[in-house]
Design a protein around this ligand. Sequence first.
Ligand code: ADP
Length: 160
Amino acid sequence: MQRVVCPGSFDPVTAGHLDIIGRAAGLYDEVIVAVLINVTKKSLFTVDERVEMLGQVTARYGNVRIERFHGLLVDFCAANGITAVIKGLRAVSDFEYEMQMAQMNYRMAKVETLFMTTNPLYSYLSSSLVKEIARYGGDVSGLVPELVLGLLRERLAEEE
Ligand code: ADP
């Protein structure tokens, strides 16, 4: 069985993330979406909230499972029988950092990284940009799942 992981912060999950997750689900037996627990980085949604959102928006895929992880991704892979990491590549700007991570993960544990080119519809899309636009009242519909749109509005209203 080929089990792969899509790691990230998913704060919150966007249409770009979902596109990669859905395409990976079509290629592999099982896709684990792993939410990084990063206590030093300020997030808009808690890890529990992000896991819950991801669970709901990926419910249509029978072979996608949501987990959380901290520490090294290669350790998470070893503990879960994961052979490869799937990453979305948006632009050349993603490339340098992603290549460094991929090569380091291979060196540490022979974990492979496979890059999927972004859907051109979402190549400019990131969670941080979505949050920034929504914070100033901009329209982010179509960029995040419907469910996330509502939660984003609620959370930003609470912040005011
Ligand atoms: P973000 O940069 O949106 O905060 P994350 O850390 O949550 O992203 O990203 C997790 C993974 O999803 C990374 O591999 C990243 O390259 C990928 N990704 C994020 N946004 C997109 C997108 N719009 N298209 C394709 N892949 C994406």
